[in-house]
Design a protein around this ligand. Structure first.
Ligand code: SAM
Length: 425
């Protein structure tokens, strides 16, 4: 049977858990502990231990600002100072790149967002005897009512007290459902999913709510379905600008979580692009609704590829009169081929969490001179960066972006370059 023991915390692991080294060299992960701390723990097996007591706290330990911390299913490291959080996330990305074989020092820039700036959220709601509760999706299913939040934009959070009674009055909700909210330039865009069918009374209630709260659109689909949502209420146009270009995002569109984070990613990409005139087009992969495409178009012609039909339709509609040419393409099944990529001035890719898969093989085949890789997953980055290094790419610069405050999520923008082949005489 395990006994309580005293350990020193040396570092943080990828999940934000404190890492202690036992006398035999084995690693012990302690949730809630910070580097430099002396703590007592109870080992629970699998190399993990429960934090019992903090004997000497770190200077980077802070009081979690939110009363719901540890319960709502959101923030996991609010006891960690924000400067430490940024150092830890930067180290996590650097470790992934070291693991890929990039061990030489490179210029690293780190950027961190501010609290109260998150403009999109995916919520769950549940009918209870006390009324409707709205909160985050939790692993065990129950919903903790989000009575405060230090992450969401105040205008988004202010919708919750209005939504509770409205949702409670909807006959379409038996036990619960899901609600995605995107704060677009045109106002909040709501995508509702309920566990019962939407009837005329529901539509009337939603229309009244949209009109009274100036919500341009509320869309609906059955809970658990991936069908194209139908419009349940519409009071005005739905639009959002990317780099001054007006787009019409579909319900539940992918958006970077904060405006400032989106700008930081855009700036990091533009800074990574060669300052000299590009010799070929910019090939953009995983373009979404055009978040980055129109900024890239300031530097050249952009061939923007996106696999999701609704996002592609949004991108296509916005491209008129710009230097962006959109392509609808599933890049796993039908990657852009190496021979095409070889002629690109730069390839910019922002793949989903799993990484670039089959598309990456074509990049390493085609060997374009400049590859700018936007990653939201250090594990996938490590794998894809390994393939790039093996194909002869150098890692020139890195920007680490922390826009998911107090969570383990981290994004990064890497510039990989390949020496130009010698000119033939
Ligand atoms: C991380 S998002 C980035 C979107 C955009 N660059 C942005 O910043 O808003 C990844 C994008 O890849 C698209 N995607 C996912 N799998 C894909 C695939 N197999 N082929 C093409 N696009 C895909 C998603 O629809 C999504 O728009």
């Amino acid at each position: 049977m395990s006994e309580i023991m005293q350990v020193h915390i040396d570092a943080l692991g990828a999940e934000g858990h404190g890492l202690a080294r036992l006398p035999d060299g084995a690693a012990l992960f302690v949730a809630g502990a910070l580097p430099g701390e002396e703590v007592t723990v109870l080992p629970t097996g699998d190399g993990r231990a429960r934090l019992e007591k903090i004997l000497h706290p770190s200077a980077d330990r802070v009081d979690p600002p939110c009363d719901l911390f540890g319960r709502c299913g959101g923030c996991s490291v609010q006891y960690m100072s924000l400067p430490l959080s940024l150092r830890w996330k930067t180290d996590t990305v650097l470790r992934a790149l070291h693991g890929a074989g990039y061990t030489d020092p490179i210029p690293v820039t780190s950027w961190q967002g501010a609290p109260l700036t998150r403009r999109r959220v995916d919520l769950a709601f549940a009918r209870t005897e006390q009324g409707m509760v709205i909160g985050l999706h939790r692993k065990r299913g129950e919903v903790v009512d989000m009575t405060q939040c230090h992450v969401l934009e105040p205008a988004l959070f202010a919708l919750l007290p209005l939504l509770r009674p409205m949702l409670h009055s909807l006959p379409a909700i038996r036990r619960g459902g899901d609600l995605q909210i995107n704060m677009l330039d045109s106002g909040p865009d709501l995508l509702l999913a309920t566990d019962g069918p939407l009837g005329p009374d529901d539509r009337r209630i939603l229309a009244q709510f949209a009109a009274s709260q100036r919500i341009p659109r509320i869309s609906w689909r059955p809970q658990g379905s991936h069908d194209i949502p139908e419009t349940a209420a519409q009071t005005g146009g739905v639009w959002h600008e990317f780099s001054g270009v007006r787009t019409a995002p579909p319900p539940g569109a992918f958006l970077q979580p904060s405006r400032a984070g989106e700008d930081a990613i855009r700036c990091a990409i533009l800074e990574a692009l060669p300052t000299k005139r590009l010799k070929g087009d910019i090939i953009e992969l995983y373009a979404g609704c055009g978040t980055l495409s129109f900024a890239l178009a300031e530097r050249g012609r952009v061939m923007a590829h996106e696999g999701d039909a609704a996002a592609f339709a949004c991108l296509k509609q916005a491209c008129g009169g710009t230097r962006v040419q959109p392509f609808h393409r599933d890049l796993n099944r039908q990657p852009v081929m190496g021979a095409v990529l070889a002629k690109a001035g730069a390839v910019v890719l922002d793949p989903p969490h799993a990484g670039a898969g089959a598309q990456l093989h074509q990049i390493t085949d085609g060997k374009p001179l400049n590859v700018i890789y936007v990653s939201c997953n250090p594990t996938a980055l490590r794998r894809d960066a390994t393939a790039l290094r093996q194909a002869g790419y150098r890692l020139d610069r890195l920007t680490v972006i922390d826009q998911f405050l107090w969570s383990t999520e981290v994004e990064s923008v890497c510039l990989f370059t390949r020496p130009a082949p010698p000119r033939r005489r």
